[in-house]
Write a protein that binds this ligand. Structure first.
Ligand SMILES: [Zn+2]
Length: 367
């Protein structure tokens, strides 16, 4: 018993320390500090519907088997990146592993993974949950299987692989089985680790407060963002935070699989549908709403200038990773389509390092 409570304390205070989110207009930062791990991540809130759309169009194009394989690989890469960002160098004592993993899934619940059970066996770990975001609407459970496998492999320093046996889409719960191999994991530099400018660009020291933009904190005060037990709901849509580089990993894999047409089509369609579904009130212009929504969700501070032929979106204090922000550019494209009643075509993306500013240029044409 005494040992239990000591190890509990160890896990809580040293391995998985308090994590908090720092929230300024346009900038959402998640920071955790502790003895063994220290991490600072630039986060972006995104809509569950966007990922659902992407998985649905991918399913239509390449079928269930290939979509599952693609999302397992994306999940593995995302887990690797998160492990790099958590900077966890310590090898966790075997007797504490179980608690660390259970705690880890507690933290995951903020991302919609509703943990109900973690079962440990000698060579495998079985994880069951329900109402898991995204897969509850598509049945693609391999995404979480990949993330989970990469994180557990990194914690245990072992080679692991995951098999998914059930999904809440067509079963009463999701089940992932992580198989642990006896070989130790080769520690090598991950190509998905944050790039050298990550910390310099994502956490600007001097921020001019820009008045027309609200922070997430203010939205909660104004009751425009609500939290239910597992879900965060903004303008009637479920949202969740992801680290900025994870969006780039989506782009990386869709490009690798020659599926950029699906990637773009899903984001544009999702953007159009989202803006269409928002109730904005009579006096709110759609462009104003787009600036506010994207800024609030952590995309930096947005300014849109628009004529009948072109739209330029300037994004100050933009989140930054090694990948070009095509995910954001095409989602925004869908919003602009809907707001202008025209078809926007992305022409170029420019980056100004001095002010960490991205500029997205679109040409507008009749639909
Ligand atoms: Zn599922």
């Amino acid at each position: 018993m005494v040992l239990d409570s000591i190890s509990e304390l160890f896990v809580k205070n040293l391995l998985l320390p308090k994590t908090y989110i720092i929230d300024k207009p346009g900038i959402v930062i998640s920071e955790s500090t502790g003895h063994f791990s220290r991490s600072k991540k630039r986060m972006l809130y995104c809509f569950e519907d966007t990922f659902v759309e992407m998985q649905k169009l991918t399913l239509e194009k390449i079928g269930f088997e290939r979509t599952n394989k693609l999302y397992y690989n994306i999940g593995i890469a995302m887990g690797e990146r998160l492990a790099c960002l958590s900077n966890n160098k310590v090898r966790i004592p075997r007797q504490l592993l179980k608690q660390v993993i259970v705690k880890l899934f507690g933290i995951f619940s903020a991302y919609g993974v509703n943990r109900s059970e973690v079962i440990f066996q000698s060579d495998k770990i079985i994880i069951r949950g329900s109402e898991t975001l995204i897969c509850r609407k598509t049945g693609i459970g391999s995404f979480y299987a990949g993330i989970t496998a990469a994180l557990i492999g990194s914690l245990m320093k072992k080679e692991v692989y995951a098999s998914k046996t059930k999904c809440c889409f067509n079963d009463s719960y999701c089940e992932i089985i992580i198989h642990i191999r006896s070989q130790s994991r080769k520690e090598e530099h991950s190509e998905f680790a944050p790039c050298q400018h990550y910390y310099q660009y994502n956490f600007p020291k001097h921020i001019k407060y820009v008045r027309h933009v609200h922070s997430i904190k203010e939205l909660i005060e104004f009751k425009q963002l609500t939290f239910s037990k597992q879900k965060q709901v903004f303008m009637n849509h479920t949202i969740f935070p992801l680290e900025v580089g994870l969006f780039g990993i989506f782009y990386y894999y869709y490009e690798k699989e020659s599926l950029l047409d699906v990637f773009e089509a899903a984001l544009v369609k999702s953007g159009r549908n989202l803006l269409k579904s928002f109730y904005l009130g009579k006096d709110v212009s759609k462009m104003d709403a787009i600036e506010k929504i994207f800024s609030t969700l952590g995309n930096g501070v947005l300014f849109i200038s628009c004529s009948s032929e072109r739209a330029i979106v300037t994004c100050l204090y933009s989140p930054y990773s090694r990948y070009k922000p095509f995910f954001f550019a095409h989602l925004l494209q869908g919003f602009l389509d809907e707001a202008t009643n025209r078809e926007c075509v992305l022409r170029r993306i420019e980056f100004e390092p001095e002010s960490t500013c991205y500029r997205f240029k679109y040409r507008l044409r009749a639909r």
